[in-house]
Design a protein around this ligand. Structure first.
Ligand SMILES: NC(=O)c1ccc[n+]([C@@H]2O[C@H](COP(=O)([O-])OP(=O)(O)OC[C@H]3O[C@@H](n4cnc5c(N)ncnc54)[C@H](O)[C@@H]3O)[C@@H](O)[C@H]2O)c1
Length: 195
């Protein structure tokens, strides 16, 4: 959508959005109905209006600061990834409990100790947190985040978190994607071994 908005054309049809996004046009129309986007019959959607509506719906009109806890292999990689900026997200707080790591700088951010979480989260009005600690620490870290005012958590650990109902938790598991690829590769091998 962002790319489409940068182009000259001021209207875009749901089939065109679908083609660009690789999903059926009917699905796009259904999704856009969810937030009452208004299209014009046979013309489509006004690109800039649609983009603004989408950004508002997704809470992307203002940039958001994000706290990441666990500056290990995965945490460091995420902290250095520039792609979140495209969605107005910026990791601005990087925390770890390891005294050996505290004070070192990753992607321009100094790793701080967990003690600063309540104060900085309040100052920066942090609402989103990322957990990349060992699984055994995730529940404790999540509780510390919630106590600091964070209400949306992206949890990369395999731990199922037990938190108040109004806290949104997104679980991320890259190995699920890999397992799917493996299953497809195995299917391909089975089919071609019979040839
Ligand atoms: N979701 C995925 O697809 C995926 C992929 C890779 C790793 N992981 C998970 O991500 C997590 C991190 O993996 P990694 O390889 O980066 O581990 P790592 O050991 O390199 O890093 C973990 C970091 O967390 C810090 N830490 C531990 N307890 C803490 C606490 N209570 N408070 C603050 N910091 C604390 C450690 O000091 C360390 O720096 C693991 O749970 C792993 O299973 C998930």
């Amino acid at each position: 959508m962002k790319h489409a908005a940068e182009q000259e054309s001021s209207y875009i049809s749901s089939s065109e959005i679908g083609r660009k996004a690789g999903v059926p046009g009917a699905q796009v129309r259904k999704d856009l109905l969810c937030f009452k986007a208004k299209g014009r019959p046979s013309v489509g959607f006004h690109v800039l209006t649609l983009r603004k509506d989408l950004e508002r719906y997704l809470g992307l009109e203002h940039s958001r600061s994000v706290a990441l806890v666990g500056a290990g292999n995965l945490g460091k990689a995420l902290a250095q990834f520039p792609g979140f900026a495209q969605y107005g997200m910026k990791i601005t707080l990087l925390l770890d409990k390891d005294p050996q790591k505290i004070g070192s700088v990753i992607g321009g951010l100094e790793i701080k100790g967990m003690d600063v979480l309540p104060l900085i989260a309040k100052e920066k009005r942090l609402k989103i947190g990322i957990i990349t600690t060992p699984a055994s620490e995730a529940q404790l870290v999540a509780e510390q985040m919630v106590a600091a005012g964070i209400i949306s958590i992206w949890n990369f650990t395999p731990t199922r978190l037990s938190l108040p109902e109004d806290v949104f938790i997104r679980y991320e598991d890259l190995s699920a994607g890999l397992a799917l690829l493996s299953q497809k590769a195995a299917e391909f091998e089975r089919n071609h071994n019979h040839e």
